[in-house]
Write a protein that binds this ligand. Sequence first.
Ligand code: NAD
Ligand code: MG
Length: 398
Amino acid sequence: MSDLMRRRISIFGSTGSIGQSTVSLLKHQGGKKAYEVVALTGASNIGLLARQARELGAKVAVTARADLHDALKRELEGSGVSAAAGPAALLEAAAMPVDWTMLAIVGAAGLAPGLEAARHGTTLALANKESLVCAGSMFLNACRQSGARLLPVDSEHSAIHQAMTGETTAHLERVVLTASGGPFRDMPLEQMADVTREQARAHPNWDMGERISIDSATMFNKALEVIEAKVLFDLDPGQIEVIVHPQSIIHSMVGFTDGSIMAQLGPPDMRGAIGYALNWPERRGLPVQRLDFGLLARLDFQPVDHDRFPAIGLAYAAASLGGLAGAVFNAAKEVALDGFIAQRIGFLDMARLVAHVFDDMSGEAARYGTGYGLDDVNGTDSEARARARLWIENNSRV
Ligand code: NAD
Ligand code: MG
């Protein structure tokens, strides 16, 4: 393929779980011969970032950590890749012209670079669901104004996108998000209070980053996905259902007005959804296992137990309130997760903390409606974090 035809690609969060899978798929599909890699970004793991940038011949590698600028420069010496660092450099990288961008930074930190990429109008593969949870209408507006196309990478939303191919939203009645139920699906509530970080991050089906794995154990991940689905597919919260499906083979389903259901199935491997977004509207051979229905034998379903997973109910409340209620929910959840990882609060405290901050702040945050800017999101996020930290101070185990 000539240079002129190479697709220009950037990956935000290339050193994470989704980012590394994206890099491995790019290599599988021809690497730097097939793609002109523009920017790769990471945070602390500059050794990996530099290796990826050399391998793919990236123009620039950016670490979010300004203090690691010199170290990244050293790692990249003689490679021809430029090194940049800090939040402003991330925004500059997001403004560089490309044809396809993977947004795979974890948490609300992904919002600002994601918005900048959305303003520059490319095809955006969106793994960072927090952008939509915190500032859904603003993110979609930015895409609308620039003409950027948004392709979901979350496996559930990719499934819905695939099931909607050739359909119109006028015929969509409901979506059914499947959830594995995480490692504690059948654990009695009393025992859940004392589970450890190691137990919580051991997801039964998916191999993911630590934060999203623990969020799966609390079902906060599914909770974020309810809000994400509402935003992406313009749904009423009442049109969204969550069902526990322990095998994670059905990635989600769409129900149409005639009662018909379309489901998308595949192995629990994020390279499926990443590859779909990378190759869309084509499909290409992906190095993922094929389902063997003889071995699979059965698919199970059970309703969500809301006593054990209060995150889901809170997400419906946030989705119904709208405005910046999602930003409150997400910020409190991120601090709760930090507190659990640092062993300052227990597993069940995470939902207690989020419920507390959400009760305090969500009504007011919802009043923004769709009339907010990035400063309002950041202000709401900071206030929710401060209140969440205070809750940890007052309720800390250590
Ligand atoms: P991860 O923790 O493995 O990687 C996160 C990436 O973000 C890394 O490259 C890290 O360097 C970068 N990063 C971290 N903090 C940053 C900051 N403050 N500023 C800039 N960059 C920063 O996370 P992941 O599991 O790959 O998840 C990435 C996103 O994809 C999340 O939004 C997650 O919810 C979503 N997602 C992940 C999976 C999965 O299988 N891992 C599945 C569905 C959706
Ligand atoms: Mg998901």
